[in-house]
Write a protein of this length. Structure first.
Length: 94
């Protein structure tokens, strides 16, 4: 259930990327998330941390805004990595 929830979360929040890589490439991104569950889990955990920080009433010693920005950047990079892998696997199937 956790892997499925993580995958659904990755797909839902990576929707913009899926639109940009429509069709077969979108399938590849989903497949890559399944092939790389640690990356999918990392994205999910970062999303959870960002949500937690956004809702927190304190600023974590002044680091809150930067931590949120860095976490979002990391999620974007991880999604790009999955998309890249998906594109490569689509061109050169295993």
């Amino acid at each position: 259930m956790t892997n499925r929830r993580t995958l659904i979360s990755v797909l839902a929040l990576g929707g913009g990327m899926l639109v940009a890589t429509a069709g077969r490439a979108g399938e590849s991104v989903r497949e890559e998330a399944g092939r790389h569950p640690r990356i999918a889990k990392a994205i999910h955990e970062l999303e959870d941390a960002v949500h937690y920080m956004e809702e927190a009433p304190h600023d974590f010693g002044g680091f809150k805004a930067q931590a949120i920005a860095d976490s979002r950047a990391a999620m974007g990079s991880l999604r790009k990595a999955l998309a890249y892998r998906g594109e490569k696997d689509e061109r050169h199937p295993r």
